[in-house]
Design a protein around this ligand. Sequence first.
Ligand code: SAM
Ligand code: DTB
Ligand code: SF4
Length: 327
Amino acid sequence: MTASLAQVPSAAPVQVPAKRWTTAEVEALFALPFMDLVFRAQQVHREHQPANTVQLSTLLSIKTGGCSEDCGYCSQSARHEQVEREALLDVSEVVEAAKAAKAKGASRFCMGAAWRGPKDKDLDGVIEMVKAVKDLGLETCVTLGMLKEGQADKLADAGLDYYNHNLDTAPEFYGQIISTHSQKDRFDTLDKVRDAGIKVCCGGIVGMGETQKSRASLIAELANMNPAPESVPINNLVPIPGTPLADADPIDPFDFVRTIAAARITMPTSMVRLSAGRHEMSDELQAMCFMAGANSIFYGDKLLTAGNAEAARDEALFQRLKISTAL
Ligand code: SAM
Ligand code: DTB
Ligand code: SF4
C-alpha cells in the first residue's frame, strides 16, 4: 500500500559527513601554481567569511617562564629559559591590560601561562581573570597547557569563550621538538575543552625545519578534527636565541602563504590567524596572507614574551588595504 504524502514522516535532516583530508590532498594544494592556490583560497574565503575583515586578539602573559616542558621553540622552558620569571599576575594588572586592549580595538583578550598544566589553586586565580575580562565586554581566551579532569568545566562555568592549545607540528615531527609530552596528550586536553562546550583555538608553528609534507600533515590533522577548531593560529617560528630552534631554517615566505591558503581551503568556516612572526614580515607579505584567507591577528606590541608588529603599523596597514576590524 502506498502512503499518502500527508502520512510520510518528515525526513530527518541529512548529516553530510565532514570531508576528511589526507596529507596527499593537502600536498596537492601546495603543489598548485601559487596564484591558483591563492585564488582558490580567496574564493573559499569569500564564500564562507566576510571579505576585507580581520579580527583582533590581544595577548598577555599572565605567568612567565619556569615551565617544566622542553618545547624546542619556547623562550619559557626552564631547560633553556630566555626570560625573567614572573609569578601569576594579580587580577587588577590583567584588567588594566585588558582595558587597554579594548580601548585599542581588540575584540578578544588571550591570557597565556607557562605551565605544563594549571594546579587547581592556579586555575581559581585564572577563573577570576576570565570573569573580570568578560565583564569588560571582551571575548576571553586562555592557554594554560594540559587540563586535568573537571578543569575545563570550571573554565566553561566561568564563561570562558576559547581555549588555545596547539597541535604545534605534524605527528611524525612532534617528538623531535618536544619530549616531555606527546601530541596524544594535546588531543586529550582538546577533547576536554570541546566536551565542556568551550570553543577551540588550535593551530601550529611552521619554520621549525619541517618538510612540506609535515606541514601538509599538520594542516590535515587540524582540518580532520571533528568539528574543526573555530580558530586556527598559524605561527611562524620566532627564533629565540638560546633555544634548540634558534638557528632553524626559516620557511620560504611563499610556503608560509601556501600554508595559510591550505588552512583556509580545508577549514572554510574557521578563523585563520596570522600569528607569531608578523614582526619580521613585510606589509606586502602580510597582505598576501590576508589574500590567502587569514582573517585574524594578534594585535599589540607584544606576543607573550616576543615582540609583535606594532599596533600603529597594523592600523596603518589596515587603512592602506581598506580592511576593517571585526567586533
Ligand atoms: N604552555 C601552554 C602551551 O604550551 O599550550 C601555553 C603557552 S605556549 C607559549 C602557546 C603556543 O605558543 C605554543 O603552543 C606555540 O604554538 C606558540 N609558540 C611558543 N613559542 C613560540 C615561538 N618562539 N614562535 C612561534 N610560536 C611559538
Ligand atoms: C598561539 O598560537 N600563538 C600565541 C598564542 N597562541 C598563545 C603565542 C605566540 C608566542 C610567540 C613567542 C613568544 O611570545 O614567546
Ligand atoms: Fe611550556 Fe607552553 Fe613553552 Fe611548552 S610552549 S615550554 S608548555 S610555555
